[in-house]
Design a protein around this ligand. Structure first.
Ligand code: GLC
Length: 537
């Protein structure tokens, strides 16, 4: 029997920007409840919410001050209970985000820890007399001096996000107990934030994939969510195929699946996302081939092109102007018929795009601010103009602007001024407009999700081999899924050129899905995708 997440689609929801029910400019849990019908109708089987715990929101909730409480701007524990129940009634499972590598500097453990070296919580964090040269992922040193106790503490992200010391067994058992509490509360899964960083050994300069990492994960699972039905997805930026198998092989008792990022990191410039680099389409296809084939039968992939840390998928990989609708459909089709669990990032189902903000002060993200300070002002590795080009292409805030529900003020997200600016294109691109259009993105995606999860091809899509073709072609993303008897062919035009496929011997194959009206001439129009059936007798 296949695990339920093999035939489901998960919706990643950014609560701060989804729907504001009490008009304070910030999205909230009641707002999500209001919109459950919209998500059910789309066909999603689970919602992953980014962190909603008590937090000073330095990193928008990835800095948790209390793991067992809800930030009051989002609502209360009772609201979350209601959300879980209301979602369950619509066959939607609620997945929480767990940030276990670090806490907020406002967490009681850290407040205690920094009062004295003898405090019982001191060893929940990582302290040294001298810093080394290790840099934080957000820029600047990974060590911050604490003048009360005259030592430095370690943080791989902002200084307000001190790293936890996983070598400490007391910390580990407190974390397990906390997770167990959430399982008993009724959540149906977890996304585990930067989980590959927890097994670090800073004195040996091992910061990710440490020697104890997999044991920590196994113990955590055994002591908290220990269930084969529980969806867990580990965020692992540095994972290799072998790591991916360890994390997600069913027999290994770790996670259900992982987020790996090779399709992002492989294609970036040597200075990372803020130095612009054009996408190498062929390299991208090769990374997909590697992961699709590498985990086949041995592990389980997640499939995503956008999330809250990435730019809008349509702006990065598609055409967010003339071919916005067609290229959204094409990106979703290309991705969702691979092997793995597809994730939709909030707003991508209606083709939301990057912002076009010229002014750095419009951006709110701590990563953007700290990296600007580091790369432009302190180290002068990038000019302001270079940074802005990278930011406009890849900054995290593009995906964090309020959901565009309709063309009214603040895009129907809130009656109050939103915490971050609304994308200026909200009067054209919004849910109301897209739903009105029978050939809009949402309606197409609904058909695609149904085809993927519920049609007679669902087993083939969930379990069969991925066979790419024409991998060196600069415009076509083409692959087949085949079990020997039945083959479906996915032919996706990732360009504005018209592609003539008459040489490919496709005559007479049944068209199962088509982003456009016709394919009779065996030509793919700009950003057109077709899915064809081939049956061997
Ligand atoms: C993950 C989150 C990101 C956050 C970081 C630190 O990568 O997705 O948003 O800033 O971890 O918690």
């Amino acid at each position: 029997m296949d695990k339920w997440w093999k035939k489901t689609v998960v919706y990643e929801l950014y609560p701060q920007s989804f729907k504001d029910s009490n008009n304070d400019g910030v999205g909230d849990l009641k707002g999500i409840i209001e919109k459950l019908d919209y998500l059910q109708d789309l066909g999603v089987g689970a919602i992953w919410m980014t962190p909603i715990y008590t937090s000073p929101l330095v990193d928008n909730g990835y800095d948790i001050a209390d793991y067992q409480n809800i930030n009051e701007i989002y609502g209360s524990l009772a609201d979350l209970k209601n959300l879980i129940k209301a979602a369950e009634a619509k066959q939607i499972k609620i997945i929480m985000d767990l940030v276990l590598n670090h806490t907020s500097d406002q967490h009681n453990w850290f407040l205690q820890a920094k009062t004295s070296k003898a405090n019982p919580y001191r060893d929940y964090y990582i302290w040294r007399d001298q810093p080394d040269e290790k840099k934080s992922i957000f820029g600047g040193s990974a060590w911050t001096y604490d003048s009360t106790t005259k030592q430095y503490y370690f943080h791989q992200f902002a200084k307000e996000q001190p790293d936890l010391n996983w070598e400490n067994p007391k910390l580990r058992s407190e974390i397990s107990a906390m997770i167990k509490w959430w399982v008993d509360f009724g959540v149906k899964g977890f996304r585990l934030d930067v989980i590959d960083l927890i097994g670090k050994e800073v004195d040996k300069k091992i910061y990710s994939n440490g020697p104890n990492l997999h044991q920590f994960i196994k113990d955590l699972r055994a002591e908290s969510w220990n269930s084969a039905e529980f969806l867990t997805v580990g965020e692992c930026w540095g994972a290799s195929i072998d790591d991916g198998i360890k994390y997600s092989n069913e027999k290994n008792d770790e996670f259900s699946m992982i987020f790996q990022f090779e399709q992002i990191t492989e294609l970036q410039s040597e200075l990372g996302k803020y130095l612009y680099k054009e996408i190498d389409f062929i390299a991208l296809k090769k990374v997909y081939k590697k992961w699709q084939q590498g985990l086949h039968g041995l592990g389980w992939n997640s499939l995503y092109l956008g999330n809250h840390d990435l730019p809008r998928m349509i702006s990065k990989y598609g055409n967010d102007q003339e071919f916005r609708v067609a290229s959204s459909k094409t990106l979703f089709t290309t991705l969702f018929l691979m092997e793995g669990t597809p994730f939709i990032y909030q707003g991508d189902e209606i083709g939301m795009t990057n912002t076009n903000w010229e002014n750095i002060t419009d951006y709110q993200d701590v990563e953007i601010k700290n990296t600007y300070q580091d790369l432009v002002l302190d180290e002068k590795k990038l000019t302001h103009e270079e940074f802005m080009q990278g930011l406009k292409a890849n900054g995290r805030d593009h995906a964090r602007t309020p959901m565009q529900w309709d063309g009214s003020e603040n895009a129907g997200f809130s009656n109050a001024k939103p915490w971050i600016k609304v994308n200026e294109n909200y009067q054209t691109i919004n849910v109301e407009n897209d739903l009105k259009n029978p050939s809009g993105i949402y309606n197409y995606l609904k058909t695609l999700i149904n085809f993927r999860n519920k049609s007679e091809y669902a087993d083939l899509i969930a379990n069969s081999l991925y066979v790419p073709t024409l991998i060196d072609d600069s415009y076509l993303f083409a692959y087949a899924r085949t079990n020997g008897q039945k083959t479906i062919k996915i032919l996706a035009n990732w360009s504005e050129k018209e592609l003539d496929l008459s040489v490919l011997n496709l005559q007479g194959l049944e068209v199962l899905l088509n982003t456009h009206d016709s394919f009779a001439d065996l030509k793919l129009k700009a950003w057109q995708t077709v899915v064809l059936l081939e049956t061997r007798i």
